[in-house]
Design a protein around this ligand. Structure first.
Ligand code: ZN
Length: 344
């Protein structure tokens, strides 16, 4: 290398860019399908009648199942709803029934026997919304929301009317726009962000150097000392999602992919909707030595579809082979997918 000292300054920088820039849509995510909802108020009357039958059936079901809700609406037939047509909006039936019906909105879970949207399905929530352990179901999430906001939370919705019809957990039926939350001055983004519903109880604010294992006194200077910059321990939940952490990662001076790292803590960065409010960027992480590149182990919380995909990025203050006083780790757009062992 022509006498140029080829110094690899290595650091464990576990960086997470977790951005939910997409509008966290309510259950009523428009699908663009062609069937138009009814705007005729008279069409709502028989639908409301059916919703009332459904709420009665759910009540009876719960009595017989120790308070448990059905996993899906079809579970109510035939014992609690004898006529399966009750699970299809009369307006939909008048237009040819389920065979020709096109869903107006994306459903939380698909029930092939009903045109109604059941909000408390026992289906697991996709990893996009919940990245913790154990996995959550929509039923758990909606039950949590019911605890927070009361029994106005819809249990069944009919999107085939404009405005929509919502059967509340408490029994009443009310109308709303696409986002029922707005009727109550709430934000749909909140109710659909699972990190809000199941926040990690741990508090990572105020962590100091004493909260991390001491640096190995034999650690060479090439292993950057990030003790003062860690904002989460390896045992802390990843981005605030309980049960998901790096506790099993071996600590101390470790070699990954042939490169040494000083593994003792984590620098977590935030996205737009994190339960744990990590910073957007961490500035002036000192290097104070000449080096050609920095090895790090960035970790992205999850991947968004392009073009909203984002991850972490480092901003360095000097050019290659020049003195490298410090760098900044921050959340910035990138075209990459998951990054690992990235070098600068
Ligand atoms: Zn209806």
């Amino acid at each position: 290398m022509n006498g140029v000292r080829y110094l690899a300054a290595r650091a464990l920088l576990t960086l997470a860019a977790w951005l939910l820039l997409t509008e966290c849509r309510s259950l009523a995510q428009e699908s663009g399908l062609s069937a138009a909802p009814s705007i005729d108020p008279a069409e709502k009357v028989p639908c409301k009648r059916q919703l009332n039958r459904i709420t009665g059936a759910i009540r009876e079901y719960r009595k017989d199942h120790e308070g448990r809700l059905p996993d899906r609406l079809a579970d109510l037939t035939p014992d609690y709803i004898h006529d399966p047509r009750v699970l299809v909006c009369p307006y939909v039936r008048s237009r040819g029934g389920l065979r020709t019906w096109k869903r107006q909105t994306a459903e939380l879970s698909v029930d092939a026997y009903s045109s109604y949207h059941y909000e408390f399905a026992q289906d697991p929530v996709d990893a996009y919304r919940w990245r913790g352990l154990p996995k959550k179901t929509w039923q758990e999430a909606k039950a949590r929301l019911e605890n927070m906001w009361g029994d106005v939370v819809p249990i069944v919705r009919c999107h085939d009317h404009d405005p929509r019809l919502n059967l509340a957990v408490g029994g009443p039926i009310y109308e709303s726009g696409r986002n029922w939350e707005e009727n109550f001055g709430k934000r749909a983004e909140f109710s659909m962000t699972f990190a809000n519903l199941f926040p990690s109880p741990e508090a990572t604010e105020g962590l100091g150097p004493k909260d991390f294992p001491p640096r190995d006194p034999c650690a060479p200077p090439q292993l950057l000392d990030l003790t003062a910059y860690y904002n989460a321990a390896l045992t802390n939940s990843w981005q605030g999602f309980g049960g998901n952490d790096l506790a099993s990662l071996p600590t101390g001076i470790r070699k990954f992919d042939g490169v040494q790292f000083d593994v003792r803590g984590v620098i977590q960065l935030r996205g737009t909707q994190l339960p744990a409010m990590y910073p957007w960027r961490v500035d002036d992480i000192p290097v104070r030595q000449k080096c050609a590149r920095i090895f790090s182990t960035p970790r992205v919380g999850f991947i968004l579809p392009a073009p909203l995909r984002r991850a972490t990025r480092y901003i360095t203050r000097t050019a290659r082979f020049r003195r490298f006083p410090s760098f900044t780790a921050c959340t910035l757009p990138t075209g990459g997918r998951g990054l690992s062992n990235r070098t600068l």
